[in-house]
Design a protein around this ligand. Structure first.
Ligand code: FMN
Ligand code: EPS
Length: 389
């Protein structure tokens, strides 16, 4: 059975819930580390007041005993502290009273899921759409991804993420060893080592907020320590690059993905794109460069994965765009809900965990076993085979 998960829960409901199926037994979990990753997702300049209300922590309620997985489904939840302010609005029983009491949403925000969701599910209160389409759900995804990340770490695979640019303000390429990049990005609110760029980004976010506008940006995730051959060329839906692309673009507001050189590869000849193959006793087969971003033929090359995602500007604008009232069909400006002006640093943390999940899934497909020990034996055996090739 391959690794899978589902999440449930609304942004202003009591909690977000996740169930993970297919984890091996005997994986020791560091609960503090899961919560640390959740707290990283809450940080960064430009977020709205909601992040001051929440202190995200994951409570594990199934599949773990004495700090280790048992092989049973892992169930967890992340509480929404804000729920206590929304109990009337979110009451699942019919609420007596006016639309005002229900905080009904009827003027859809361009860029959000409001209008499509309302039309598709025949919902006249667009809150029923926004409650689930909110990126609050990414807290559950980070909790799930943090467990996948610990599985990978158990086998020496490390994941880092950082902000490449915010609305055109570029950070210098970090060019740091992965442990150092992880350390720096754990400290910096915009997750770059480039303090000058960070200051410019902060000023731009403040100005954007003042103007009632919003901005997006580009984030990057790097994974190191992978064996060659995760994923497969033999069937379209087994190509790991494609699976990661789906995971990345599924993150709220992510509109594109690149690997390695990415779109730049379309502007260069092959001689300046493909990574020459080298061999020596110590490293085995390896590459002179990593323009491919760690993939060829939908399989890992053994070089670091380099995955970039682009986040569009946040849809909710305090100076709202034109919209149409779904009741009257009259032109109106879009509804304003409390909102972030920029969530790019948080999005870099979500990216890390979305990528970690897909990599862990492919890792278990390749080396799958019911316990950590069985997986270790399978991995060791494969690495021996590759070394002797
Ligand atoms: C970390 C994070 C925080 C976000 N915060 C907001 C927000 O405060 N307000 C908002 O309108 N959209 C926010 N978004 C984006 C919306 O959730 C997203 O645009 C919406 O679900 C529509 O989906 P789509 O943009 O993927 O098409 C956020 C996204 C992320 C990743
Ligand atoms: C709650 C989170 O992000 C939310 C994502 C979001 C949206 O529309 O996507 C809208 C805002 O919700 P609220 O109106 O409750 O402040 C953000 O705060 C979170 O990241 O944990």
């Amino acid at each position: 059975m391959s690794l899978r998960y589902l999440t449930a829960g609304e942004t202003h409901g009591p909690q977000l819930t996740a169930i993970i199926e297919g984890l091996p037994s005997n994986l020791e979990l560091d609960f503090e580390e899961i919560n640390f990753q959740l707290q990283r997702r809450q940080k960064g300049h430009g977020r709205g007041r909601r992040m001051q209300i929440e202190t995200d922590t994951a409570t594990i309620v199934g599949g773990v005993r004495h700090g280790r997985t048992t092989g049973a489904p892992v169930a967890l939840f992340v509480e929404n502290k804000d729920w206590k302010h929304w109990t009337t609005v979110m009451n699942i029983e019919p609420v007596e009273g006016s639309d005002e009491t229900k905080r009904r949403v009827h003027r859809p925000r361009p860029g959000h899921a409001d209008l499509n969701g309302g039309l598709k599910y025949n919902l006249k209160d667009l809150r029923n759409v926004l409650e689930r389409s909110s990126a609050r759900e990414t807290a559950a995804r980070v909790a799930v991804g943090a467990i996948a990340r610990q599985l990978l770490a158990r086998f020496g695979i490390k994941v880092a993420g950082h902000v490449v640019s915010i609305c055109g303000v570029e950070a210098a390429a970090p060019n740091l060893p992965i442990d150092e990049l992880i350390r720096v990005t754990e400290e910096s609110p915009v997750r770059v080592a480039d303090k000058a760029a960070e200051q410019k980004m902060i000023e731009l976010i403040d100005k954007t907020k003042e103007d009632g506008d919003s901005i997006g940006g580009i984030v990057e995730c790097i994974v190191e320590g992978l064996p060659v051959g995760l994923g497969s060329h033999v069937q379209w839906d087994r190509k790991l690059e494609g699976r990661i692309a789906q995971a990345v673009v599924s993150i709220n507001a992510f509109k594109g993905v690149e690997f390695g050189l990415g779109f730049e590869a379309g502007r260069r000849p092959g001689s300046q794109v493909h990574d020459p193959i080298l061999y020596n006793e110590q490293q085995g087969f390896h590459r002179a460069s990593n323009n491919a971003g760690g993939f060829e033929g939908g399989m890992t090359t053994g070089e670091p994965l380099v995955v970039r995602g682009v986040m569009k500007p946040i849809p909710t604008l305090y100076k709202p765009l034109p919209s149409v009232d779904i009741d009257t069909k009259e032109p109106f400006t879009a509804q304003v809900e409390r909102s972030d002006a920029c969530a790019v640093p948080a999005a870099s943390v979500v990216l890390e965990h979305a990528v970690a999940w897909e990599v862990a899934k492919a890792f278990l497909e390749k080396f799958g076993g019911d316990s950590i020990e069985e997986i270790q034996a399978n991995l060791d055996n494969y690495l021996k085979q590759v070394a002797a090739y």
